[in-house]
Design a protein around this ligand. Structure first.
Ligand code: G3I
Length: 377
């Protein structure tokens, strides 16, 4: 065989082996990297709320979990009014720009949280007394944020926690100055600022019947005026036994029947004693007296196996329900990455050790992770 004839044969052999090794590599890679977001990629997005340290890349271990497991992110605090517009018209985009940049770089669905919320407001907002000034601030805030991140932030929590537990409207500073129309105005402004973003009403306890009804009325009111709303965010700060699967299912069905996407936006499950069970249901209680009380913080070193099992079973049951309604649910976001940084270590009682998420304090996946991962559809 001449030299010229030999070259193509060698080339074919090289190409054949390289394509085989590529295939072997891909199989191994899939096995190693198979993650929650891949597992549920045809069902719903899987997300995490990320904190400032994570956004600023000071916590690489958490970030590697976020990158591997999630395809959507929410900023736990960094886009809230008190941080982003601490003084009127004085915006601080240092962290929020990095947050959005991170999401874009990793091809993630980026959530903006939250445009209009009575909590974590800047001080000057709490002192506004008239509707004109309040409307001016809301307009400027929404235009600036939704405008700056137009086409980048995919979903906005436009109004957060506007409802009382009985389904009536909360007497927030927005309500007191503008009246109930502030909700409509916020949604209209958000649509104008970024017509393509999904717009969401987000709240907790939306699986309690009275509050669920309140949310349904709120949505129907917007819809009756042709104001755009794409979804309801059920926050899902839950316990081991409540809310019941039946009540969760009722909310999924009710919100979906309004033609909305259903999102579970802040999922975590507390395993610690719930002070409301001892003290009644009033939500804004001060539980300072329980700080340091060992009965209220029973697992300061580690979560016993039987509790790990309970948590895993609760997550499994919930995700089984989510899968049953995967045609209605668009996103499930965990409120945090690992137990180490969960807000539930400090709320409603400061200084406890809680275990509400899928990854432990050593950044390892827990039984709860496996229980979801092993679900068959
Ligand atoms: O920024 C200050 C810092 O300067 C100070 O040194 C430090 C000392 O404690 O506090 C820092 O502020 C904390 C803030 O988070 C930012 O880290 C507040 O104390 C703390 O109370 C605040 O908690 C946040 C909470 O919202 C406030 O309501 C949680 O991290 C955050 O997870 C939680 O998230 C909310 C959602 O946005 C809406 N749904 C409910 C959910 C849980 O409350």
């Amino acid at each position: 065989m001449t030299k010229i004839k030999k070259i193509p044969i060698i080339l074919i052999i090289i190409l054949f082996f390289s394509s085989c090794s590529e295939k072997i590599y891909n199989i191994d890679k899939a096995k190693i990297n198979y993650s929650l977001s891949q597992k549920f990629e045809n069902d719903f997005l899987i997300g995490a709320a990320i904190n400032e340290d994570q956004i600023l890349k000071k916590d690489e271990k958490s970030l590697s979990i976020v990158q591997k497991e999630h395809n959507t992110i929410t900023p736990e605090n960094s886009l809230k009014w008190m941080f982003i517009e601490p003084n009127p018209g004085n915006f601080n985009f240092d962290v929020s720009d990095k947050y959005v940049e991170y999401g874009l770089k990793n091809n993630m669905h980026i959530v903006g949280h939250a445009l209009v919320w009575h909590s974590q407001l800047a001080d000057y907002m709490n002192n506004v007394k008239d509707s004109t000034t309040m409307y001016y601030h809301i307009k400027n805030h929404i235009n600036t944020l939704a405008g700056r991140y137009k086409g980048k932030i995919n979903t906005w929590d436009v109004v957060n926690e506007a409802l009382n537990e009985d389904g009536s409207l909360r007497q927030s500073v927005f309500f007191k100055t503008i009246g109930e129309g502030y909700i409509e105005e916020a949604f209209k402004l958000a649509e104008k600022a970024d017509p393509k973003a999904d717009l969401v009403y987000n709240d907790y306890n939306l699986c309690n019947s009275e509050k669920r009804e309140g949310a349904i009325n709120l949505v129907k009111n917007l819809q009756s005026k042709n104001i755009k709303i794409n979804g309801v965010g059920i926050q899902a700060h839950w316990q081991l036994n409540t809310p019941s699967l039946e009540e969760i299912e009722k909310s999924i069905i009710a919100f979906s029947q309004l033609g909305l996407k259903v999102m579970f936006t802040e999922l975590d499950i507390s395993v610690l004693p719930n002070p409301w069970e001892l003290e009644g249901a009033e939500i804004n209680q001060n539980f300072k007296k329980f700080e340091g009380d060992a009965k209220m913080n029973p697992y300061p070193k580690a979560l016993p196996d039987f509790m790990e099992e309970k948590l895993a079973k609760r997550y499994e049951d919930i995700f089984r329900l989510f899968l049953k309604h995967r045609d209605k649910i668009s996103r499930i976001t965990f409120w945090g990455v690992t137990d180490k940084h969960s807000w539930l270590n400090d709320w409603p009682i400061k200084g406890r050790t809680n275990y509400p998420l899928l990854f432990d304090r050593n950044y390892q996946s827990k039984k709860a992770y496996q229980s979801i991962f092993d679900l068959t559809k």
